[in-house]
Design a protein around this ligand. Structure first.
Ligand code: NAP
Length: 210
């Protein structure tokens, strides 16, 4: 599978390392241009290349969006429509600036990215600190394998992303759709920032549903 990555910082580059390690072809991108990613591409090896965000979106069958949320309006919407889009971002007003609809919780940050891009957005990899994403990969069945929360409103899109989560050594846990589900693993929730096994994360999501 080909994976495009928009935003090659802590999370985007960590995912690029995992995806190339397990055999996927990856195109990384940022706002400063492909040449600024020469070092990362050299480290990632022959399965990796650097492109512009538009090109990375076209390249990927799945496209990871991993930028500071406040820059969502810069995402290449035409190229992301009809793609499975993995949104790792979190709305942090102190970093991103305030957005009234998010402050009033009339919409979620991932729903805003879906509205802007028209993509099949699955929120994932947003709740685990990047160091735990870097170091936490474990084989299937390992007792200390970590859970990765995901949410989305399309079952097929979620299944694709759940497969990628498993492939790189984590257990996916479905939080629900992009609205209610997304709100279950945003900043401030019980699972956010925590290293949890899948059973414990599932139990938390079930308790919130009750
Ligand atoms: N750090 C964590 O532990 C963590 C954990 C889970 C989720 N998250 C969330 O995931 C997202 C990324 O976090 P991060 O820590 O990886 O951030 P980061 O290290 O600051 O990296 C952000 C990346 O996005 C690029 N970028 C910024 N604006 C862009 C644009 N308009 N188009 C393309 N690329 C752009 C930046 O490169 P240029 O500036 O060169 O463009 C950089 O490569 C954030 O929303 C964050 O809240 C972070």
């Amino acid at each position: 599978m080909r994976i495009g990555i928009i935003g090659a910082g802590h999370i985007g580059s960590t995912l690029a390392r995992h995806f190339t390690r397990v055999g996927y072809d990856v195109a990384v991108s940022n706002s400063r241009g492909p040449r600024s990613l020469d070092g990362l591409v050299a480290e990632l090896g022959p399965r990796a290349q650097a492109l512009t965000p538009e090109e990375a979106a076209r390249f990927g069958e799945v496209v990871v969006v991993s930028i500071p949320f406040g820059r969502w309006h810069e995402l290449p919407s035409a190229e992301l429509s009809r793609k499975v889009v993995i949104d790792t971002s979190n709305y942090l007003p102190e970093r991103d600036g305030h957005e009234r609809d998010l402050d009033q919780d009339t919409i979620t940050s991932s729903q805003k990215i879906r509205a802007h891009t028209g993509g099949n957005v699955v929120k994932a990899f947003n709740a685990l600190p990047w160091q735990d994403l870097r170091d936490g990969s474990r084989p299937k069945g390992a007792p200390d394998r970590l859970a990765v929360a995901l949410s989305g409103s399309d079952e097929d899109g979620k299944a694709v992303v759940a497969g990628l989560v498993r492939d790189i050594g984590f257990d996916p846990v479905d939080a629900g759709n992009l609205g209610r589900g997304g709100r279950r693993h945003q900043p401030g929730t019980q699972v956010f920032g925590r290293k949890l096994p899948k059973d414990e994360m599932s139990e938390i999501f079930h308790a919130v549903r009750r």
